[in-house]
Design a protein around this ligand. Structure first.
Ligand SMILES: *Cc1c(COP(=O)(O)O)cnc(C)c1O
Length: 451
């Protein structure tokens, strides 16, 4: 059996020069060694040419430098898809975050006095203005916001929550688990479907630290139900001198029905109903970066800010910059559905999607050939991430159906779409692969891949 080419012989090839220019000599040497080691391990007696080894090394280097975090087309119909990164940021937010990444910025620096500043103040004023709160602070996500609020306001004591609100959100966030992690004793009141004011009243004792409501984001209870509203829980909390915390989840900053969307609790309304502290996500309906916003009473926010966990959960300058630009967009309400992608996508008219489908059907048909029938079909999108849970948002999809009946054909096509340069993610339903067009804004980019 002839020996494998030597590393030196491969590196001496003329073409090795340009690969070294791209990746450096050390990386290329390692890649050549790895390719040769693979041949050796297979022990098949194959003796590749030097050029072949170099090609394989170049391919290995190219694969290794491709980021894992790939851009995709979200054609799932779920606008805020947690696994696909939730809210898309506005151009202004992208620009502002890029500024914070490229340049030094006054993150914790008071430009008026040259003294030390607090990063919270960058967005606190805007958050207060937009929600009516007295004070505000920011952490990495809403799960962190709930954890921190509980740890700061109720550690080693009890928090009263309705059994109907002990929800699990997206697998890892379960209210009882977060309570335990915050070293808070959970006192469950009422039943799954019905909780009354007297249930809260009778659970309050000397060890009670707070009353809490959790927005049942991702499900609805219907039928024989009773729920104690914000204002009523607030009154009970006030009568006992206890803080009232609300985890609002998606928490919108504006009235969504005014945009033709279903109702979702508004942070300002929650505070005016009497909540003392409200937590919500930055990357759900608000349409900003991943963040947990905590707004409410000044004394309670001050306590939250002083807790050591706040330092551990604080946000980066990129997050703060993106958050600030997102909040600034709310100062121009007339343009929200133009400037914030989340609200733009959620309110995109069906007629626009029908026209888009009309343009795409023949092109996708050409790409797939006669083995498939492509049709535009009406379907429902959803907001996702536990926001607007029972609301179906009318949309239009391309339905891709194999000529023969085969579930395997659908799965194979889904795989093929995921292997495109910019993977296309749809959903399988009704014997078809559905590509919901609500979130397809880059029509040219999508079509270019089918060429
Ligand atoms: C989404 C959600 C959370 C978790 O928020 P993240 O920002 O994903 O950490 C917590 N509580 C409720 C009610 C939610 O809807």
């Amino acid at each position: 059996m002839s020996p494998l080419p030597s590393v030196d012989a491969v590196l001496r090839l003329l073409e090795a020069g340009s690969i070294c220019d791209d990746y450096g000599r050390a990386a290329l040497t390692d890649a050549v060694r790895a390719v040769l080691a693979e041949y050796r391990a297979q022990n098949s007696g194959v003796r590749p040419e030097e050029a072949e080894v170099l090609d394989e090394a170049a391919a290995l280097l190219a694969a290794q430098s491709t980021p894992r975090l790939a851009r995709v087309f979200n054609l799932t119909g779920t606008v805020l898809h947690t696994n696909l990164g939730r809210a898309l940021l506005s151009e202004a937010a992208v620009e502002h975050a890029a500024m914070a990444m490229r340049s030094p910025c006054a993150l914790e620096f008071d430009l008026a006095t040259a003294g030390r500043g607090d990063r919270d103040t960058i967005v606190e004023g805007l958050l207060c203005e937009l929600t009516g709160a007295e004070a505000a602070t920011v952490v990495n996500n809403n799960a962190a916001a709930v954890l921190l609020a509980l740890a700061a306001l109720a550690a080693k004591r009890e928090v009263v929550v309705s059994r109907g609100e002990l929800v699990e959100i997206g697998g890892a966030f379960r209210v009882p688990d977060v309570m335990r992690a915050a070293n808070v004793r959970l006192v469950e009141v009422g039943t799954t479907n019905r909780t009354h004011a007297r249930d809260y009243e009778s659970a309050i004792g000397p060890r009670t630290a707070a009353l809490m409501k959790v927005h049942a984001s991702n499900y609805t209870i219907t039928g024989f139900t009773a729920d104690v509203g914000e204002a009523e829980v607030a009154a009970i909390a006030l009568a006992h001198g206890l803080p009232f915390i609300t985890d609002l989840g998606a928490g919108s900053l504006i009235d969504l029905p005014a945009l033709g969307l279903p109702k979702e609790p508004v942070v300002r309304d929650c505070l005016s109903a009497g909540a003392d502290v409200v937590t919500f996500s930055g990357d759900k309906l608000m349409g900003g970066p991943q963040a947990g916003l905590i707004v409410g009473r000044k004394d309670l926010i001050a306590k939250i800010r002083k807790h050591p966990l706040k330092r551990a959960l604080r946000v980066s300058k990129m997050t703060l910059a993106a958050l600030e630009a997102t909040l600034l967009a709310y100062r121009k309400p007339d343009f929200l559905t133009r400037d914030l992608p989340t609200l733009r996508l959620l309110t995109r008219p069906v007629a626009e999607l029908e026209a888009l489908a009309g343009r795409l059907v023949p092109k996708v048909q050409d790409w797939l050939g006669d083995a498939w029938t492509i049709a535009a079909t009406h379907c429902n999108s959803q907001a996702g991430s536990g926001s607007l849970p029972s609301a179906a948002i009318p949309s239009v999809a391309l339905a891709l159906r194999p000529a023969g009946k085969s579930g395997k054909a659908l799965n194979d096509l889904a795989t093929r779409l995921r292997k495109l340069p910019v993977p296309v993610i749809g959903r399988i339903g009704d014997g078809a692969l559905l590509l919901d067009l609500r979130c397809l804004e880059d029509e040219a980019g999508f079509l270019a891949q089918l060429a």
